[in-house]
Ligand binder design. Structure first.
Ligand SMILES: *Cc1c(COP(=O)(O)O)cnc(C)c1O
Length: 350
């Protein structure tokens, strides 16, 4: 795209900076399937340490990270419990059933959050007829709920009440970085309640590619085999891992700016008549806008915003999502707000 858009479609649209490209150019590499790539090793050690886990494994995408984690902790016919709006349930092309052979049991949460009693109500009794729940997947922050934070107290309760049943827990922490920056709760404090955690380097942190899963050594040994089976064994991939290391070192703490920008955007939008934002759900870098009252169609609004230089995405019926990130600054946010005002205050204007 040559025209300069204020691109609020996702925090995945960031492009590697000059300094990140420099780190990529200078990366030491080796064949990572032979476990010979020093830069990948360094990234894996770094993430394992940050998350307080024994080992970590580098993967090409968040989807593969979640699916390898599920595959490595279940057997076919098991049941995996998760929230109805979760990424794994909605946006991974049915991979849990296709690649892992598991049955998903989705439960409706509130702003992406499930409670311990709710989960306990759905755990299956042992019976010859009934599939067994062996894994619970939680998501923090929660994408479809609008970047909401899963309260750590509830995570603890879920862990305590389900552990006696031998049920494992996986955290889809694609945006766990954002939860930590927003709450001040360190990554390892979240991670300690889970057997496996996935984090994404190519969202808010601004790396071009890559996710990491971590857990204990046994889990990572099995996950490494499953990664290979899913076609995710990569060779001189230190050139990407170097971007991940750069991203963690330089772009983690600055997520606070994205959170501030999202709040400015949400507050500005909430003053525009006939559209609304649930301000309570704007906890990190995602803003979901409800446009029903305006009587306008989502596609029409997106087209008009685009004409005014702003990109966003549809987010279900009558909703639009905006995500703040590394490549938009506060000025861009004020400009985006002007574009929204013009679209909704003068809907007939061309
Ligand atoms: C983006 C995202 C993923 C992974 O997405 P990929 O596009 O496969 O990297 C997983 N979980 C959540 C919550 C996400 O937002």
């Amino acid at each position: 795209m040559n025209q300069k858009f204020i691109d609020l479609r996702s925090d995945t649209v960031t492009k590697p900076s000059k300094a990140m490209r420099q780190a990529i150019a200078e990366a030491e590499v080796g064949d990572d399937v032979f476990e010979d790539d020093p830069t990948v090793k360094k990234l894996e050690e770094m993430v394992a340490e940050l998350l307080g886990k024994q080992k970590a494994l580098f993967l090409p995408s968040g989807t593969m990270a979640n699916e390898v984690a599920i595959k490595s902790q279940t057997k076919s016919g098991d049941e995996v419990m998760l929230e109805e709006d979760s990424h794994i349930y909605n946006y991974e092309v049915g991979a849990p059933s296709v690649l892992c052979g598991v049955q998903l049991h989705a439960i409706k949460g509130k702003r992406g959050v499930l409670t311990a009693p709710q989960i306990m109500d759905h755990i299956r009794p042992e019976d010859i007829h009934i599939p067994q729940t062996t894994l619970i997947c939680l998501e923090n922050t929660h994408n479809r709920a609008g970047g909401t934070i899963f309260p750590i107290e509830e995570i603890k309760k879920i862990r305590e009440t389900t552990k006696p049943f031998g049920i494992k827990m996986h955290l889809d922490g694609a945006r766990l970085w954002n939860a930590t920056i927003a709450t001040g709760i360190p990554l390892d404090q979240y991670a300690r309640h889970f057997d496996s955690v996935s984090v994404c380097l190519s969202k808010g942190l601004g790396a071009p590619i890559g996710s990491v899963i971590c857990g204990n050594s046994d889990f990572i040994r099995i996950a490494r085999r499953n990664r290979k089976m899913f076609g995710g064994g990569m060779r001189q991939v230190g050139i990407i891992a170097a971007a991940g290391i750069y991203a963690i070192e330089n772009n983690f703490n600055r997520l606070v700016e994205d959170h501030r920008n999202a709040k400015v955007l949400a507050q500005g939008l909430s003053k525009i008549p006939k559209i609304s934002v649930d301000l309570e759900s704007v906890q990190t870098n995602i803003v979901v806008i409800e446009i029903k009252e305006s009587g306008m169609e989502v596609a029409d609004v997106l087209e008009k915003l685009k004409e005014k230089g702003v990109l966003a995405v549809p987010f279900g019926k009558n909703r639009i999502r905006c995500v703040t990130h590394l490549d938009v600054n506060l000025d861009d946010i004020y400009q985006a707000l002007e574009a929204f005002k013009r679209v909704f205050e003068n809907p007939k204007e061309d």
